[in-house]
Design a protein around this ligand. Structure first.
Ligand code: GUN
Length: 292
């Protein structure tokens, strides 16, 4: 399951929505915030800015030095909250250690929280209320839907319990809603024998951030496998001596799975497209269910 064609379709759909909003006098704008020089964050933010451009969304880059005091970042966020021209605010993680990611997420206006990390949006998601949905879980569900993977009555296993991916995705998959209704197991670092769980999965979602740790022997034959991992590993044969791999060992998993996402080119482009979709939603103040 390639992510790029669907990501392009989501961006094209979003561009149409953005143009209609602009015709009504609202110019959707996203503030992208980076603190420090993390090389991966630079790459991700560049992609996010480019995707915004494709969708006709204005993006503003705000870059701060690594020693930015904790209070200064919070004050900057409050300024963006008050700025009526800014509809979405994204602070790229990870942050230097003087910052508390939860405090940062809580400071962002929930209606401008395009990452969906604010506790109010997390609570809305769990409660089934309209709100901004985190971009990667939204991208994964749109990808499964696009490929006709019906979750009804299926055993879904989510590896990882992060607030960014595992936890919201497990919640969404178990929603009482047509096409979802999965029976979900969330597996984590203290679960013990991980393969005991993964071998039961009709749909297996790997989001624990451990390079190539899900191997073919851990997968139920015919399962649908979604790889959310993005890991940089040393590889002397690659240009630059490094390459990107997922949490799944693609070579051994591919012959066992009925469908599988590649890394790169799988979930990654969908995350970025969904960020644009969320920015449109924040600008339009339309928080209706994008999965409906
Ligand atoms: N770092 C890794 N993934 C994400 C994401 O989805 N949003 C933000 N803000 N930072 C991240």
């Amino acid at each position: 399951m390639e992510g790029k064609p669907l990501a392009a379709a989501i961006l094209a759909d979003t561009a149409g929505r953005v143009a209609r909003l602009q015709a009504q006098g609202t110019d959707p704008t996203l503030a992208l915030v980076r603190v420090g020089d993390d090389p991966a964050s630079k790459v991700y933010l560049k992609r996010k800015g480019e995707a915004c451009h494709t969708a006709g969304i204005r993006s503003e880059d705000h870059v701060f030095p690594p020693d930015l005091p904790r209070g200064d970042l919070l004050e900057f966020i409050r300024e963006q909250n008050r700025n009526p021209r800014v509809h979405g605010i994204l602070v790229q993680f990870p942050l230097p250690r003087q910052h508390d990611p939860m405090e940062v997420s809580e400071t962002i206006d929930p209606d401008k929280d395009v990452d969906g990390f604010h506790p109010l949006n997390a609570g809305r998601l769990v409660s089934g209320l309209p709100g901004l949905i985190p971009c990667t879980p939204l991208g994964v569900l749109l990808l499964l839907k696009h490929h006709g993977v019906d979750m009804e009555g299926k055993a879904a296993v989510v590896l990882g319990r992060s607030l960014i991916v595992g936890r919201p995705l497990a919640n969404l998959l178990s929603r009482k809603s047509p096409g979802l209704n999965a029976t979900v197991t969330m597996v984590h670092s203290q679960s013990g024998d991980v393969a005991r769980f993964t071998r039961q999965a009709d749909v297996l979602i790997a989001a624990m951030g451990r390079p190539r740790s899900v191997t073919g022997d851990m997968i139920k034959p015919g399962a649908v496998v979604v790889d959310v991992g993005i890991n940089r590993i040393d590889d002397p044969a690659s240009p630059g001596g490094r390459r990107l791999v997922g949490d799944v060992d693609f070579e051994s998993a591919r012959p066992v799975a009925s469908r599988i996402t590649p890394v790169p080119g799988g979930v990654g482009p969908l995350t970025v497209a969904c960020l644009c979709r969320n920015t449109w939603a924040a600008a339009a103040r339309d928080f209706s269910d994008p999965l409906a």
